[in-house]
Structure formats: structure tokens, C-alpha cells
Ligand binder design. Structure first.
Ligand code: ATP
Length: 394
């Protein structure tokens, strides 16, 4: 999707479809502070694209430049192939949904949704039809005559969504739209939003600091850190194959062991063993961090561990064991200041009872394909310590 797609038009001639949104070397500075640093990206038509990162990483500023609420200091924003530098926000083929809903409190739901069309002078019957269709889509047909104050937060955000969609934007921009809602409602609306996006087929550009939200809904995710994009990839890839220690730490639990590449496909962990790993583009002698996701680690008491038979493993001591309902989380120290989190599903009660407790000497093991290495710069390690992306605010 990063390349402009080639479309075979009727009659067989190939035409090139412009990306829905393209950012070319976009930089935004506020005085001498660089909020967005030389960003280049292409978003495909109909893509659900998410900017994910901690507070202050520049994701909202990027969205605001696409919307036209901010102008880039350098670089270009193109929407459907057109440079929108001189186009004010209200003339761009975009609409924005904000966290705060921004509804008119004195107007009914129906009038809120109709507002934009009325201002554009759209025919009354057409307004009625389009408003009814969008209210139906977001499940609020029966609330059409209520005021926003008579609706729950989730319902108000649905009104805001209908109000944006009724204008048939080419690109819908969503700035932490579920941020004010409680967890259960948020989860329900994530699924709904994704369904609505599929149904309407327009490009959604979504901003969030919640990694789970990004993983649930997105076709692709750009993980941002300090104004720069660290990785752009699909949800599985950013989770399973992060390319930097920042991404590995921000998406999911930061399970990193400092290491050095010893040969292609081999790393020497600082804590001792030399193990097989996907070393990617890194060469021998390069410092790195080896990542294994918590659910991919197996834990055995030191005396009970099966013979390794080439399975990579590392010795450690259990520092804590916490019951989480569906799983038990063990934190295992495997060397100076290095801790690995292990998640063991609570499928079997007797198995759970036999898990090693605090202080136990254990062996962690994993399949070679579940370890790969990421670039490990000190500064990235510092940032990556926000373990859980859903609480990633700095
Ligand atoms: P958040 O979720 O907290 O909004 P974010 O990743 O969306 O985080 P931005 O709002 O894009 O971050 O802000 C990026 C940086 O730019 C922040 O340090 C912020 O303080 C700064 N910034 C944003 N807007 C302005 C402004 N109008 N003037 C000065 N600095 C700004």
C-alpha cells in the first residue's frame, strides 16, 4: 500500500491511483522545537492508518497538518495527489472527529448531523435522507430528536462520527476519539468503528497512544517517537517483528535482553548463552537487544527443565508472580537489571498451582523463530521503558 496503486481502468488501460494521503518530507517546528521531523509516508485509498506513540511524539500535529489546522514548516501534504498547501481546512476533502465530540449542545442529534450539509446548501430532502442513513449506520436512528446532553459519551461520539461521515469526506481524521470513554465502551466502539470504516470504504487516519486500540483496528500503524516514525507496518508485524527497541517496548511488554550479534542468525546474550535468533540486517559485532514476547516464553524449574536439544534458553530467578485471571504473569530476573516477563495461560488449575513462585531458580526457553533482534540505542532504551503502550503517556 505504500506505493501508488496501479488500477486497470475500464477498457484495459492502466492508470495510477494517487495515494489517499501523502506526506513528503514534512517537518513542523514550533519556534526552535521540532514536533514532527522529516516525515514521509503514503496512505492507501480506503486504508485504516494509525499514528501511535506516547504523548508529545507529534501524532496530533501530523493529523492537524493533514486537516489543515496547522501548516508544515517544510515539506508537502498531498490529498488524492493534490498539494493542499494553500487549501484551508474547511475546503479540504477531510473531516475530523475529536476526543471532545464538539457537538452543538442546543441542537438535536439530527440537526447536529445535518449542520454541515445545510451550510453547504444541500437540498432539504437529500439532507433528510443522508442524515437518516448515517444515524442508522451509527445506531442512533431512535435518538434523532434528543439533545447531546441526553446521550451517553459513547452515543455522543457516534453523533460526531455521523456528523463527519454525512459530508462524504475522502479522508476521515480521528484524534483519540475514544479517549474519554470507559474501557468496556471503548472496546465495543473499536470493533464498530472498524466495521463502519469497511462499510464506507474511505481512508481513516487515526491517532492514539493506546497500542491495543491501534492493533485492533488498523491496516497499518506508524509508531512515532520524538517527531519521527520508527516503524510503519501491519499490526502483526509491529508486534511480532518490531525493528527498534522503542517499538518493542511501546507495543506490548518490553521483553528485551541486551546482546551482541556473533554471526548471521546467532547472538551472544549479555547474560551468557549464545543462541539462534533472527538477526535481520545487523552484522557481527553489532550491539542489539533480543526480543521474545511474554507468551512465547516457557518457564521450568531449574532442576526440571528438559534437556535443551538446541532450544535456546537462559537461567533466571522468579522475582514476582501475579495472577491476572486469564493468565499468570511471572517476572524473571536473567542478569544485571534485565527482567523478562512470562505469561502463562491459566488453562489448567493444577498446572497453575505448580508454577514456580518468587525466589525460584528457573530456566526460560523459547523456539528460535520467536526471538529476533532490534537496534538498541541507549536513548531508545530509555524511551522504551514505558512498558505498556496503553499507558504510554510520558
Ligand atoms: P498528545 O497525545 O499528548 O497530544 P501528541 O503525540 O499528539 O501527544 P502533539 O500534540 O503533536 O503530540 O505535540 C507534539 C509536541 O509539539 C509536544 O511537545 C507539544 O507540546 C508541541 N506542540 C504542539 N502544538 C504546539 C503549539 N501550537 N505550540 C508549541 N508547541 C506545540
Amino acid at each position: 500500500m505504500s506505493e501508488a496503486e496501479t488500477v486497470i481502468a475500464e477498457g484495459g488501460a492502466a492508470t495510477v491511483e494517487a495515494p489517499s494521503v501523502a506526506l513528503r518530507n514534512v517537518t513542523k517546528r514550533f519556534d526552535d522545537f521540532t514536533a514532527v521531523d522529516d516525515l514521509s509516508l503514503e496512505l492507501g485509498q480506503g486504508e485504516f492508518f494509525t499514528f501511535l506513540g506516547p504523548s508529545g511524539c507529534g501524532k496530533t500535529t501530523t493529523l492537524r497538518m493533514i486537516a489543515g489546522f496547522e501548516q508544515p514548516t517544510e515539506g508537502e501534504v498531498l490529498i488524492e495527489g493534490e498539494n493542499v498547501a494553500g487549501t484551508p481546512a474547511h475546503k479540504r476533502p477531510t473531516n475530523t472527529v475529536f476526543q471532545s465530540y464538539a457537538l452543538f449542545p442546543h441542537m438535536s442529534v439530527e440537526k447536529n448531523v445535518a449542520f454541515g450539509l445545510k451550510r453547504k446548501g444541500v437540498d432539504k430532502d437529500e439532507i433528510g435522507e443522508r442524515v437518516a442513513k448515517e444515524l442508522q449506520r451509527v445506531g442512533l436512528a431512535r435518538e434523532a430528536n434528543r439533545r447531546p446532553s441526553q446521550l451517553s459519551g459513547g452515543m455522543q461520539q457516534r453523533v460526531a462520527l455521523a456528523r463527519a461521515l454525512v459530508n462524504l469526506p475522502k479522508v476521515l481524521l480521528l484524534d483519540e476519539p475514544l479517549g474519554a470513554l470507559d474501557l468496556k465502551l471503548r472496546k465495543g466502539l473499536q470493533i464498530e468503528l472498524k466495521q463502519i470504516q469497511r462499510e464506507v470504504g474511505i481512508t481513516f487516519v487515526y491517532v492514539t497512544h493506546d497500542q491495543e486500540e491501534a492493533l485492533t483496528m488498523s491496516d497499518r500503524i506508524a509508531v512515532m517517537n520524538r517527531g519521527r516514525v520508527e516503524q510503519v507496518a501491519g499490526p502483526e508485524e509491529v508486534y511480532d517483528r518490531p525493528t527498534t527497541s522503542f517499538v518493542a517496548g511501546f507495543i506490548g511488554v518490553s521483553n528485551l535482553m541486551p546482546a551482541t550479534v556473533s554471526a548471521p542468525g546467532q547472538v551472544k546474550l549479555d547474560s551468557g548463552p549464545e543462541v539462534s535468533a533472527d538477526t535481520g540486517a545487523l552484522g557481527p559485532g553489532e550491539g542489539c537487544a533480543a526480543v521474545v514476547r511474554p507468551e512465547k516464553l516457557r518457564v521450568d524449574l531449574a532442576g526440571d527443565a528438559p534437556p535443551s536439544n538446541g532450544t535456546p534458553s537462559v537461567a533466571g530467578v522468579v522475582e514476582s508472580s501475579v495472577y491476572l485471571g486469564t493468565a499468570t504473569q511471572l517476572v524473571v530476573g536473567v542478569g544485571e537489571g534485565v527482567r523478562m516477563t512470562v505469561l502463562v495461560p491459566n488453562a489448567d488449575e493444577s498446572e497453575r498451582q505448580s508454577l514456580p513462585g518468587g525466589g525460584a531458580r528457573v530456566v526460560l526457553s523459547w523456539e528460535p523463530e520467536h526471538m529476533h533482534v532490534v537496534i538498541d540505542k541507549d536513548e531508545e532504551r530509555d524511551d522504551g521503558e514505558a512498558d505498556d503502550g496503553s499507558d504510554g503517556d510520558e
